[in-house]
Structures are given as structure tokens and as C-alpha cells.
Design a protein around this ligand. Structure first.
Ligand code: GUN
Length: 284
């Protein structure tokens, strides 16, 4: 069997086109949606991600403001900048690119962001609301995973879903969204016993482990939908996910590639959250 290759480019383009339409509507009312992006330090991957976010803003019609701070910036200086952006009515979304340098406390920085402008959906207030299924913002990567599944025509309700990885910002919220969509969800992690056996039961398998070729063909149920959230480098330095793509395609029903899958969706969902932020702050 040759799996359907889930097209993250087409789906993310569709979501960005929807966001662009909403951005135009806001602009006709004199509201220019604006995202402030803060990058601290020189992490090469972070620079690429921030650049992709800026380009997406341009394509969608969202104003982007960039703040690049040196790696040795005092945490207080970053907190002051966040406070200034919180108070700025022209800024609707604030994104602090992670990871921050080790001398900074990421939790304190995220707590400082006004929850109304927290377009990453990282603030505990928004995490709590998301868990209750009651809010405007969606966590970008997890929501992107859901869109990849549902816009490709696969239903979650009643399905056995297995998520590999339990990080606060990715694995856990993915599991929560699958549960909200009435999936039956198992979360696996580094201490899980019999990982392959559990994965083999999944109708929907989502890997957010961050390990090259961790998901092999023998871990996949025939016909399963496999979503690869990993962003890794292989032994040749080439970008790859967690899934042994070619081999898994022989067993699965559908697989999302890396690149060309979830990564594009994260940015598209961020655009959607920026529009939501601009609307919320204008009473819409
Ligand atoms: N670092 C890696 N992914 C993300 C993300 O989605 N948002 C932020 N703020 N930092 C990240």
C-alpha cells in the first residue's frame, strides 16, 4: 500500500487565505492586525522560524514588528519590552520565540504576556481555557495537527489515537485536542513500556518525540493516519521528522511529511490567532 501524502503546503495555504480574507475585513474597518515578534539571541533554528513567521504575516496582511535582543540581555529588559507591547494598542499579538537563553526564566516571561495578546497560547490562563475548550486562541502546532487530519478528510471521533511525547506546548495539548474531538487517546513518553505494541493499535498516530526515524513501519497499523511533528536533522544534516517516511508509507493510510507538513501549519495557525487577537481587542 502507498499512503496518501498529507499536503501541509496546500492546507496551510488555505488557512492563510482564510486569515487574509479576515485581515482585509479588519483593514476595511481601519484595524491593521499587528504581531510583535521578539527573538533573544542567535539560535539559528529560531532565526529561521521567526523569518518564516514574518513572511507569513506579509502574505496574509498582518503587520509584523521585530525585536531582536542580544543573548546576554537582562531578563528585566525583556520583561520591560513585553510590558511596553502589552500597553501598545497598535499591537494585537506578542510572540516571544523559544527557547530563551538559559539565564532567563521562560515561565516568568510567558506569564508577563497579556493573555489577550498571547497568540502562541502559552500563557497558563489560555492553556487552562484551551483545556476547557473555551477560548479564542488555539495552541498553534496542536491545532495545526488537528487541521491536517480533519481537512484531509479523516475523522477523529471514536478513533484510537496515540501521541508520542508529552511536552507542555506540543504533546499534551495535541492529546487534549484529540480528546475534545472524541478520540480515545493514549499518551506515550520516554518511560512507556511496549511502545511499538501501543502504537500498533493507533488509527491516528502522532509523533512529537524529536527523534530521527523513531517511528518505524512495524509500529504502524495498516491504514493508520500518521502525523509527524518532529523537526530533526539526520546524520547528513538534512531536515527530517520522527517517522521513517518511506517505510511507513508502505503500511499507513496517510502520512504527513517533514518538511511540508506540521511546520507549515504552526505558522498558519499563528496567523489565525493574530486575526482572533485583533478581533477580540476590537470587541469582535
Ligand atoms: N519555538 C519553537 N516553536 C515555537 C513556537 O511555536 N512558538 C514560540 N514562541 N517559540 C517556539
Amino acid at each position: 500500500m502507498k499512503a496518501h501524502r498529507i499536503d501541509g503546503k496546500a492546507i496551510s495555504d488555505q488557512i492563510k487565505a482564510e486569515a487574509a480574507w479576515e485581515a482585509q475585513k479588519l483593514q476595511r474597518q481601519g484595524i491593521v492586525p499587528c504581531l510583535a515578534v521578539i527573538l533573544v539571541g542567535e539560535d539559528p533554528a529560531s532565526k529561521v522560524y521567526v523569518n518564516n513567521k514574518k513572511k507569513a504575516c506579509e502574505a496574509v496582511g498582518i503587520l509584523s514588528r521585530s525585536y531582536v535582543l542580544p543573548a546576554d540581555t537582562e531578563e528585566k529588559e525583556l520583561l520591560d519590552l513585553v510590558a511596553q507591547l502589552n500597553a501598545d494598542e497598535g499591537v494585537h499579538g506578542i510572540l516571544v520565540q523559544l527557547p530563551l537563553p538559559p539565564h532567563m526564566d521562560e515561565n516568568q516571561v510567558i506569564l508577563a504576556i497579556d493573555p489577550k495578546k498571547d497568540v502562541d497560547c502559552f500563557h497558563p490562563w489560555n492553556v487552562g481555557l484551551a483545556q476547557m475548550g473555551q477560548q479564542g486562541f488555539v495552541p498553534c502546532t496542536p491545532a495545526g495537527v488537528m487541521e491536517l487530519i480533519t481537512r484531509s478528510g479523516y475523522a477523529v471521533e471514536g478513533k484510537r489515537c496515540v501521541v508520542i511525547g508529552r511536552s507542555h506546548n506540543v504533546g499534551k495539548p495535541i492529546a487534549m485536542l484529540l480528546l475534545q474531538a472524541n478520540g480515545t487517546v493514549t499518551i506515550c513518553h520516554s518511560k512507556t513500556r511496549d511502545l511499538a505494541e501501543i502504537c500498533c493499535q493507533a488509527d491516528i498516530l502522532v509523533s512529537a518525540a524529536g527523534r530521527v526515524h523513531m517511528v518505524t513501519a512495524d509500529m504502524v497499523k495498516p491504514g493508520a493516519v500518521v502525523i509527524d511533528v518532529g523537526i530533526n536533522r539526520d546524520e547528513n544534516g538534512k531536515l527530517c521528522g520522527d517517522v521513517d517516511f518511506d517505510a511507513v508509507c508502505e503500511v499507513a493510510g496517510a502520512v504527513s511529511p517533514v518538511p511540508g507538513g506540521v511546520g507549515l501549519m504552526t505558522v498558519a495557525m499563528l496567523m489565525k490567532n493574530c486575526i482572533t487577537a485583533a478581533k477580540l481587542q476590537n470587541g469582535q
